[in-house]
Design a protein around this ligand. Structure first.
Ligand SMILES: *Cc1c(COP(=O)(O)O)cnc(C)c1O
Length: 745
């Protein structure tokens, strides 16, 4: 699959030319030396472009460019990194190759959102982060995979929060020619177009390509002159429209996605549908392969199911996409007609009970039917998923419903900040970003406390500075006095962070259920909170929750120790997970399918304080061994009134007061392990004893790193997909190949 090489901006001095291929390969996102090269060219512009190296190079002041080109050492560093990227891309000795992975495996990974880097805002939350981290690990490990998604020109919204806590959603159209994307071209050099039957005409799509290390990511775009004005807006915003817009987007993702792969000469042997949005891809693959198999498309789809992998992420029925058959017929009637298949059989594929006339068409049901390997994203979520969909397999025992689980992970080189990365390099070894086996990571038990504490303190201090900077900007934008922002947070205090989407089940407002206990805790002066997160544009309850958290953060007596930051995105997430001491998560169990932000925080040396849901349920069950617990689990026992929120809030405060705070301030040298006193109003903890490392706290941090990091990462996760899903799926493809092509291979 090739695309034309990007052209350098006309004014770029030739010695800076090697920056162009570096800018267009998103590996810089997780390779700090290249980020540093861009930042050095113009730190302010690097910030202003939201870390977009293509815009940076296009807008770089000529005098600065000339100076950089004249700096011999700088140019040598650029050339060295360009050579390192070429080596990374062409290295035949990948972990995948060393395992003897088949050379003809080709996985196409479909998802409605991808979080790769902050200048490409085509994600809303955890699903996108997981997909982005999946591609990055596939790249590092050398697994042959291509991503397929949509290019949302206006992305997901940028969040501004007004003084009264009202969220405003700001959409700005991106110029794709100023992003690290290239336009896919046909073999004759013309811009590639794929088209598909849509309503009673044809819809046309062009394809942007992002290079995520070795992994191409194809992003489909309907905003081209061949389309009707309303259809040009199909790919304008992520999750921005109504049900009908969602259907249009999902048709483009699935049907045009497979057509784009074919047009670019990439013939997947395995399809991975990450969430039900892309389920039409399985049907389209069957339609395309049916003639060669001499069977109808639906019969072919059944036979191709062993090549389809489906991952579901949603533990509640309302979270799945359902479409009314009439709406579906308006858009896909012609498509199904062209297949010469009866419409009723098509609708039945998306119904739990195929014959029920009133039942809407469910994308998850379609995906479950057309896949051979299906999984939830944590052990608990696997169970929940089997319970939820067991009626699809009436002849098997409920617990045998064919849904496995592969627990999510995070891509560590993306999420581990510099100070902790340096600690790992010294004590785990240079290869830590690649070799995540549990034996190697036992070495974390020997990281010296002093050194671990210095790295933690440095990352907390950086977060403190960043919070002040952002808070000042946020207040200034609203025309408020920003003077107090410089007093926000104290870099020596226990820092508790809560950051994720403000979906109601995640209960960002849980602490406020016992406001009097929260106030007392803050008056005690021993800890501080940072909150961040966006509510979905149409989630009024989520917005109300945001208003309440924000209102508390506005109270003059608490505002420097309880901060809400607007504009949560992957960049802010990176800073928050780096600086947190405690990562707080309080979902309504079992609604957090996995959760991943706590894994990022653990890898940075934070301790998790969480309801045992999603990944944390198994982290606690498998790794919280006696003597070296890895964090805290909020286990509540609701009273006779049955109020789960109040019970959870009480359990949370009890843990903070009785365990978390005393442990953090239990400093070596403090008399017989008692907490060092920190009085209110806020004299800083006394120097000396308080600066000494909290040995028992850090013991937990080491246990958390040693036990959690080698498990809850995407290298482990992607290899698990490879061994349990991709390789069996690929074997099914191989077995169906005519023997002549097997002989060729
Ligand atoms: C990691 C991450 C998430 C997922 O957070 P959860 O706590 O797992 O919901 C969401 N948004 C961003 C920007 C992230 O980086």
């Amino acid at each position: 699959m090739t695309t034309a090489a990007p052209t350098p901006p006309p004014d770029l001095p030739p010695p800076l030319g090697p920056l162009v291929p570096l800018a267009y390969n998103l590996r810089w996102d997780w390779h700090a030396p290249v980020r540093a090269l861009f930042e050095r060219l113009d730190p302010a512009l690097w910030e202003a472009t939201r870390h977009n190296p293509v815009r940076l190079l296009a807008e770089l002041d000529p005098a600065r460019a000339r100076a950089a080109a004249a700096d011999g050492a700088g140019v040598a560093a650029i050339e060295a990194e360009a050579a390192a990227l070429r080596r990374y891309l062409s290295d035949p000795e990948t972990p995948y190759a060393r395992r003897g992975g088949p050379a003809d495996l080709r996985v196409a990974y479909f998802c409605a959102e991808f979080a790769i880097t902050e200048c490409l805002p085509i994600y809303a939350g955890g699903l996108g982060v997981l997909a982005g981290d999946h591609l990055k690990s596939a790249s590092d490990l050398g697994i042959p995979l291509v991503g397929v998604g949509l290019f949302y020109r206006e992305g997901y919204f940028e969040q501004e929060v007004a003084r009264d806590g009202t969220q405003r959603e700001v959409y700005a159209a991106a110029d794709p020619t100023r992003l690290p994307l290239t336009l896919a071209r046909a073999a004759d050099g013309s811009v590639l177009r794929v088209s598909l039957p849509f309503r009673d005409y044809r819809l046309h799509v062009q394809v942007w390509r992002a290079d995520v290390g070795r992994v191409p990511l194809l992003l489909l775009d309907t905003d081209i002159p061949e389309n009707r004005p309303e259809d040009r807006r199909i790919t304008d915003r992520l999750y921005g429209g109504d049900e009908e817009q969602r259907l249009r987007q999902e048709i483009v993702l699935g049907v045009a996605g497979v057509r784009a792969l074919t047009a670019l000469g990439y013939h997947p042997t395995v399809l991975h549908l990450n969430e039900g949005h892309a389920a039409f891809a399985a049907l389209e693959l069957a339609r395309a392969e049916a003639p060669a198999r001499g069977a109808g498309p639906f019969a072919t789809a059944e036979r191709l199911a062993p090549r389809v992998v489906f991952t579901t992420h949603t533990p509640v029925p309302a979270g799945h996409d359902y479409f009314e058959p009439d709406l579906l017929e308006r858009y896909l009637g012609g498509y199904v007609w062209d297949m010469r298949e009866p419409w009723d059989r098509f609708v039945a594929l998306g119904r739990a009970d195929g014959a029920a006339p009133g039942e809407p068409f469910c994308m998850t049901v379609l995906a479950l039917r057309l896949s051979g390997f299906r999984n939830g994203v944590s052990r608990l979520h696997g169970q929940v998923t089997r319970d939820m969909w067991r009626h699809l397999w009436p002849s098997v025992e409920p617990e045998d419903a064919p849904v496995a689980h592969i627990t999510n992970g995070v891509h560590l080189p993306t999420w581990v900040a510099g100070d902790m990365a340096a600690v790992y390099t010294r004590h785990i070894g240079e290869v830590w970003p690649l070799e995540l086996d549990e034996v190697r990571w036992q070495r974390a038990a020997h990281i010296p406390f002093e050194e671990l504490w210095r790295a933690r303190a440095a990352q907390r201090a950086r977060l403190t500075a960043e919070v002040r900077r952002r808070l000042a900007a946020q207040l200034a934008r609203r025309g408020e006095d920003a003077g107090w922002a410089s007093q926000a947070l104290d870099e020596r205090l226990l820092t508790v962070v809560y950051a994720r989407r403000f979906a109601t089940y995640k209960r960002a407002g849980l602490l406020l259920a016992r406001a009097e206990r929260l106030e007392a805790l803050l008056r005690g002066g021993k800890l501080q909170f940072v909150f961040a997160g966006k509510a979905h544009p149409r989630d009024e309850a989520g917005k109300e929750m945001l208003r309440r958290v924000h209102a508390f953060a506005q109270r003059p007596e608490f505002r420097t120790r309880f901060v809400y930051l607007e504009g949560y995105d992957v960049e802010l997430a990176r800073r928050l997970v780096a600086g947190a001491d405690v990562w707080l998560n309080v979902p309504m169990r079992p609604r957090e399918a996995s959760g991943t932000s706590g894994m990022k925080a653990a890898a940075n040396g934070a301790l998790n304080l969480s309801v045992p849901d999603g990944w944390w349920a198994e982290a606690i069950a498998d790794h919280n061994r006696l003597g070296e617990p890895v964090g805290w689990s909020i286990e509540a026992h609701p009273g006779p009134d049955g109020d789960v929120d109040l019970a959870d809030a009480d359990a949370l405060f009890a843990l903070l007061e009785a365990e978390v705070i005393p442990l953090f301030y239990d400093r070596a040298g403090a008399a017989d392990g008692a907490a060092a006193p920190v009085a209110h109003p806020a004299p800083p903890p006394p120097a000396g004893a308080a600066d000494a490392p909290p040995v028992r706290w850090l013991g937990r941090v080491r246990a958390s790193i040693r036990q959690l990091v080698p498990v809850f990462n995407t290298h482990r996760m992607v290899f698990e997909y490879l061994d349990r899903a991709y390789l069996p799926a690929h074997a099914s493809w191989s077995a169906a190949q005519p023997s002549s092509s097997v002989a060729e291979a």
